[in-house]
Design a protein around this ligand. Structure first.
Ligand code: C5P
Length: 233
């Protein structure tokens, strides 16, 4: 079964600082922009159905330039909104319009997702399991601290995971959950599994990938660039 794909790329990337290349998803790592790596990973994966990319209305030209050498053909472009949650909903509506049944929702700023990860996520979906979350067990010891920087507690890390994308869903189930969240006035969910949980949908974990990091800060972009240049040597 093919999975439709929503890649969200409408963020402003403020935590990564300003750059002449635009928001972080348009910064070059290795030989091409972050978003071109991400798009090509999905476009070359045999399980991918239609691909929707959600961009900021100001970024049309940036996106065209970034992806002109991409192997992806007939990508559907839609405009995002003020929060990730609003951007995802726009992408889901576009996929539903063309009749997709399953969806993978992925952050454009995770360019190192690999095909084995995508296949694990898709394979976990079934009649009973309508929401799949790739995640990695937390490695660090976790502390809770007050605003004053004083540690108040060590949080046992047993059973704690870092959530990744692509989160994979039955399209109608996650679309209904997203619409309900929007109707309720909440626009601040930071991932889609939490919206699924909020509406009572059962979410199943699959093993994420340690390399599948989210490029958030300026330093993350520099490290990703170095890594790809090292591989190319
Ligand atoms: O801000 P954060 O790092 O959580 O963003 C994760 C992904 O969501 C990024 O790929 C970003 O472009 C996207 N996003 C979006 N619309 C927003 C905010 C974030 O598509 N309003």
């Amino acid at each position: 079964f093919k999975c439709g794909v929503v890649i969200v790329a409408a963020g402003r990337g403020e935590r990564a600082g300003q750059s002449a290349e635009g928001p972080k998803q348009y910064r070059t790592i290795g030989d091409r922009p972050v978003i071109a790596h991400t798009l090509d990973t999905f476009a070359t994966w045999p399980g991918a159905g239609p691909i929707v990319v959600v961009i900021h209305p100001d970024d049309e030209a940036l996106f065209d330039a970034a992806c002109k050498r991409s192997v992806a053909s007939d990508v559907i472009i839609v405009h995002g909104g003020a929060t990730r949650q609003i951007s995802v909903l726009a992408g889901l509506e576009a996929l539903a319009d063309i009749g997709a049944r399953r969806v993978m929702i992925h952050d454009a700023v995770r360019p190192f997702a690999d095909h084995a990860l995508l296949s694990r996520c898709a394979a976990a979906l079934s009649e009973d399991v309508r929401a799949v979350l790739p995640a990695v067990a937390v490695a660090d010891t976790l502390k809770r601290a007050g605003k004053d920087g004083m540690v108040t507690e060590t949080v046992p890390r047993d059973g704690l995971y870092g959530a990744q994308t692509p989160q994979t869903f039955d399209l109608q189930a996650i679309l209904a959950a997203h619409r309900e969240a929007a109707r309720s006035g909440r626009t601040d969910f930071t991932d889609d599994a939490s919206i699924a949980e909020w509406t009572g949908l059962k979410v199943v974990l699959v093993e994420g990938a340690v390399d599948n990091v989210k490029l958030t800060l300026k330093r993350d972009i520099a490290m990703a660039d170095e890594k790809l240049n090292r591989i190319a040597l």
